[in-house]
Design a protein around this ligand. Structure first.
Ligand code: TYM
Length: 344
């Protein structure tokens, strides 16, 4: 066996968001906000609306283009600049699915059978869900690696998929004896927004698919709705706000609200508790609502403006697709050669 050689190419960020349902505060704090911070820090970033992932579950073809546009609008409204970062739609770069096929033949069934997200989404019905849903993480690995991306900002729920991407990269490099060809992409997961929980149940993550609207704050919610949802957020009957981080133990709903406050204000849990510890929820919740509205309303306003001017979004996505293709094409060309495909 050849000695391991690490990947030594350029560093690059890749991340993706599915155009299913409304974007919520978890998507914002776990992903979008990080994308913008990384752009500010000067990283080369490739940000993708993953419409091919969205068809793995039942969906409406008629609504998909507008949902795709809405995610692009959110990326731009949060501060991703299409002149600086690459913002595009997955299906407009054919190399993703081509690489996914090659990876299908590298990935072992047993690896996919361990994926908890498939088990959650497929539930007891796993015989009847699409093969695409089972294969979903392989396409995700192809998304990342077709750009040889080295770093992937995501929320904590994507940790296992990312681990699989690393395994696929390592396996490809080994199987085809091309050490260091693909990087083993690292997750950028840490941070206060990595796991935002439901406002109704502090043990369940905030999710687009939760039937309870009051469980999440959507990026397109107006100020009134945001304030109402925070006011109604579940707390507990253990009294006032905890004074120390240790006292948040066993109080998941309260810990979640403190985490959300901190993630938006750029403060640690300790710092939030230094200000609100021992105070009543009647003080903390309005402060949190005000912070959330101040933070999100410029984004919401810009998102609405963009959605009213789809031409601006579409032009940005067309430019993004051209730039993404320019990065992916030479890489998929190399892959074709490495795996022995017929050269035309
Ligand atoms: P998706 O569309 O479900 O979510 C988009 C991003 O939001 C993060 N996220 C959260 N972060 C914190 N707290 C939460 N409650 C929360 N809910 C969602 C997700 O971790 C994600 O970063 N499989 C991916 C899309 C994808 C992808 C990729 C991501 C496809 N290819 C390649 C990275 C790299 C997904 O369904 O994300």
């Amino acid at each position: 066996m050849t000695e391991q050689t690490a990947y030594s190419g350029p560093q690059r960020i890749f991340s993706g968001i599915q155009p299913t349902g409304n974007l919520h505060l978890g998507n914002y704090l776990g992903a979008l906000k990080k994308f913008v911070d990384l752009q500010t820090d000067g990283w080369d970033g490739v940000y993708c609306v993953v419409d091919q992932h969205a068809i793995t579950m039942p969906y409406s073809p008629a609504e998909l283009p507008d949902q795709t546009r809405q995610i692009a609008a959110a990326m731009m409204a949060c501060g991703l600049d299409p002149d600086v970062s690459i913002i595009f739609v997955q299906s407009s770069v054919r190399a993703h699915t081509e690489l996914a096929w090659v990876f299908n033949c590298v990935t072992r069934m047993g690896w996919l059978e361990k994926m908890t997200q498939f088990k959650d989404k497929g539930g007891d019905n796993s015989e009847r869900v699409s093969v695409g849903l089972f294969d979903y993480p392989v396409l995700q690995a192809a998304d990342i690696l077709v750009y040889k991306a080295t770093h992937v900002p995501v929320g904590e729920d994507q940790k296992q998929h990312l681990e699989l991407s690393r395994n696929i990269a390592a396996r490809f490099n080994q199987q085809f004896d091309v050490p260091g060809f693909f990087p083993e992409p690292e997750g950028l997961i840490e941070g206060p927004g990595a796991r935002i929980m439901s406002l109704k149940d502090g043990t369940k993550k905030m999710s687009k698919s939760d039937p309870a609207e009051t469980s999440r704050i959507n990026l397109i919610d107006d100020a009134d709705t945001i304030a109402k949802k925070i006011k109604k957020a579940k707390t507990d009957t253990l009294g006032d706000m905890p004074v120390t981080v240790e006292e948040m133990e066993g109080r998941p709903e309260v810990a979640n609200l403190v985490g959300i406050y901190g993630a938006m204000a750029g403060l640690s849990d300790e710092q939030v508790l230094a200000e609100y510890g021992g105070k009543g929820f009647g003080t903390f919740k309005p402060a949190l609502a005000e912070l959330a509205v101040d933070h999100l309303s410029p984004i919401t306003t810009r998102m609405r403006e963009l959605m009213n001017d789809p031409a601006e979004i579409d032009a940005a996505l067309a430019k993004g697709a051209a730039k993404a293709n320019a990065v992916a094409e030479p890489i998929i060309e190399e892959v074709r050669r490495v795996v022995g495909f017929w050269q035309v």
